[in-house]
Design a protein around this ligand. Structure first.
Ligand SMILES: *Cc1c(COP(=O)(O)O)cnc(C)c1O
Length: 386
């Protein structure tokens, strides 16, 4: 539990998140501790560290940092996991029982349909509805848990967290929000009423494309205790090096997400001018269908821009022609990436659908690269001179 930094600005909190009190001759962020076991005299019940599956100082520090960012000023507990999906499954499998009902987004992260089948084999009933228009709110009767993902990946639809949380709580259901795309500097679901904020820290939170990580944060100690017990029992734990790397990177989170959101908006504005680009989505664009709701609950609109090119071949030529944007999956990293999302087969998207993750490069360079790659993909020699 921590209430550190309630009065600070977001940048200050990110730079100092989870740091221990200054101690003479100790580093400001202690390095990772590699230990399978710790010296353990006598009784084990009160030991802060006993065996490596149960706890590690690098998790403790990272968990404190994430709780401070997701819930500044109000005590909360974070539980870290080795991936976003490990965190997702911990919440769903540890908090739901056979016979209970979960309401999931129909357009959420591509692994959710498989998670759904797993839940069903354990006797949990599942209903799905789209993120847009708060459609999940129409399926809450009898639900034990409402799982929201906003903005949704990769379609970038947005739902109203406050409104859906009120509706779910009226029916006694818990609410968990997948906060991966926004990061805690973009959106704080716990302040909007949700019981849990869950995320893949692999994306913008860690932000360098070199770490997998997940977490769940809650202000309810009994939920945190369930998740921690689940982690210990299942044994899916984060490595200390990954925990430390992610914590080290939090110091620049505000710089990265600010720059990436600005760049994403610049890129979206440039793509808007191109007639071959259809279905352009970015919640920060004032004309985006999600903008009004997003503006009511987000502080930054994230780094993802999605759009459709005429067909698969054009999209493939476009991706191959980019020099500053790697053809790669995932998102949120400091270096721009993009991919034709349909190649995975899990998302209901057209063949020419591109998910673009905008990094921290100079926006003019990115825009020039995207324009040139579009010209190349369309084979328009005239456009190449733009
Ligand atoms: C990537 C992602 C996940 C899964 O995270 P991993 O770290 O890859 O396990 C879950 N939700 C969303 C929205 C994601 O983008």
């Amino acid at each position: 539990m921590t209430t550190n930094g309630a009065g600070w600005g977001e940048g200050t909190r990110a730079a100092r998140a989870g740091l221990p009190e200054a101690e003479p001759y100790q580093p400001s962020l202690p390095g990772p501790v590699f230990a399978a076991h710790y010296h353990l005299p006598g009784e084990v019940a009160d030991a802060p560290y006993s065996y490596g599956r149960m706890g590690n100082p690098a998790w403790t520090a990272l968990e404190r940092a994430i709780a401070e960012l997701e819930s500044p000023g109000d005590p909360a507990e974070a539980v870290v996991f080795p991936s976003g999906l490990a965190a997702t499954n911990a919440v769903l499998l540890a908090l739901l029982r056979p016979g209970q009902l979960a309401v999931l987004p129909a357009d959420g992260y591509q692994a959710l349909p498989r998670v759904r089948r797993r839940l069903e084999t354990f006797g949990v009933a599942v209903r799905t509805a789209p993120t847009a228009d708060d459609a999940q709110g129409r399926h809450l009767d009898g639900a034990r848990l409402l799982w929201l993902e906003t903005p949704s990946n990769p379609g970038l639809d947005v739902c109203d967290i406050r409104r859906l949380t009120r509706a779910a709580h009226d029916r006694g259901a818990l609410v968990a929000v997948d906060n991966t795309l926004a990061t805690p500097l973009g959106q704080r679901p716990l302040e909007l009423g949700a019981d849990l904020s869950v995320a893949s820290g692999t994306k913008a939170l860690a932000g360098h494309g070199d770490v997998l990580l997940g977490y769940a944060v809650t202000r309810r100690p009994e939920l945190a205790a369930e998740l921690r017990a689940w982690r210990t029992e299942v044994g899916a734990i984060l490595g200390p090096m990954e925990a430390w790397l992610a914590h080290r990177g939090l110091a620049t989170l505000h710089l990265r997400v600010d720059r990436q959101a600005e760049n994403a908006l610049a890129v979206a504005r440039a793509l808007r001018e191109r007639p071959e680009v259809r279905g352009l989505r970015h919640p920060g664009l004032p004309e985006d269908p999600a903008h009004a709701v997003a503006a009511g609950q987000m502080r930054r609109f994230g780094c993802v821009v999605s759009f459709e090119l005429p067909d698969r071949a054009v999209a493939e030529r476009f991706l191959a022609a980019l020099r500053l944007v790697d053809d790669a999956t995932s998102f949120g990293g400091v270096r721009s990436t993009a991919e034709r999302r349909g190649r995975w087969g899990g998302d209901p998207v057209p063949e020419g659908f591109v998910r673009l993750s905008v990094g921290v490069e100079d926006p003019a360079d990115l825009v020039a690269d995207l324009r040139r790659a579009l010209d190349t993909a369309l084979g328009s020699g005239a456009g190449a001179a733009r």
